[in-house]
Design a protein around this ligand. Structure first.
Ligand code: AMP
Length: 279
């Protein structure tokens, strides 16, 4: 596996493959890898000739300095996992490589970032859009892989690709969960034993909500039930939204809809976790 910290040698490597008509798949990550990330790598490997995984904790997408400082960084373990899964190349740049000087470009996604993550993490999607655009320009992949875990991010990147005419095909990969249902996340490493026990309520609440909505119980009542369940478990609910997974618009009447996403965010002992189900 090739490991690149700089852009030019990475591009030499990629140009060689592109010259021979090879298809390139990109898997952007912030490291602290788990099976969820590896499922994106495997998806890329099955569609492409060469898979590049990027590992970069992007400061411009953090609106909270504490969260950035505490974000787990486990590069050696990440490289071992990627080697084991047979990833072809890793791009792990420093801040100096990614941002030669402080960025001034800000991206707005209109109503797409006025809700959920965008509402509670101001500037987050501007930073995501910026770093993903940089990665698309640096790697120029044929396909790029993102998790459904960050559903709003996926829809926003779809918009970015259309608006900026990036020549890349986006793939959405399902959420990989722990045995009890907790969505895998790099942030789960920050949970203590007690927090780990509480965290599963987010998924339990999503599955309960899904059952209730299918009855159908009214959306407002389901929202109240979810808040009650989550808070009773000692988790601080930030939001629970019922939306269309393609447009992110609020769903008001389940029976009219084919596809519905239930999205939740909450703090478990100070660790912010998100999850969703699409049905
Ligand atoms: P992150 O390192 O958290 O920025 O995540 C990198 C990519 O992995 C994003 O596209 C995430 O949506 C995806 N991802 C994170 N957790 C999971 C999971 N449990 N299952 C599938 N994909 C995931």
């Amino acid at each position: 596996m090739e490991v690149y910290k700089d852009i030019t040698p990475l591009q030499h490597y990629l140009n060689e493959h592109k010259f021979h008509g090879k298809k390139i798949g990109l898997v952007p990550t912030m490291g602290a890898l788990h099976e969820g990330h590896l499922s994106l790598v495997r998806a890329s490997q099955s569609d492409n000739d060469v898979t590049v995984c990027s590992i970069y904790v992007n400061p411009t997408q953090f609106n909270n300095d504490q969260d950035l400082a505490k974000y787990p960084r486990t590069l050696d373990d990440d490289l071992t996992m990627l080697r084991e899964v047979g990833c072809d190349a890793v791009f792990c740049p420093s801040d100096q490589v990614m941002y030669i000087e402080p960025s001034r470009t800000r991206l707005l996604f209109d109503r797409l970032d006025h809700i959920m993550e965008g509402k509670f993490r101001p500037g987050h999607f501007s930073g995501v859009g910026l770093v993903v655009s940089k990665l698309f320009n640096i790697v120029a992949p044929d396909r790029a892989y993102f998790g459904q875990k960050d559903l709003q991010q996926f829809v926003i990147i779809q918009q970015l690709v259309k608006d900026l005419s990036f020549n890349v095909e986006l793939k959405r990969v399902p959420i990989i969960r722990e045995n009890d249902g907790l969505a895998m996340s790099s942030r789960n490493r920050r949970l203590g034993k007690e927090g780990r026990g509480k965290a599963v309520i987010l998924y339990k609440a999503l599955t309960e909500a899904q059952k209730m909505l299918k009855v159908p119980v009214a959306i407002e009542q389901v929202k109240q039930e979810v808040r009650g369940m989550v808070e009773q478990a000692g988790v601080q609910l930030e939001y629970f939204e019922v939306i269309d997974p393609d447009t992110l618009t609020a769903v008001t009447n389940i029976s009219e809809k084919n596809n519905v996403a239930l999205c939740v965010a909450g703090y478990v002992d100070g660790v912010r976790l998100i999850d969703n189900v699409v049905f």
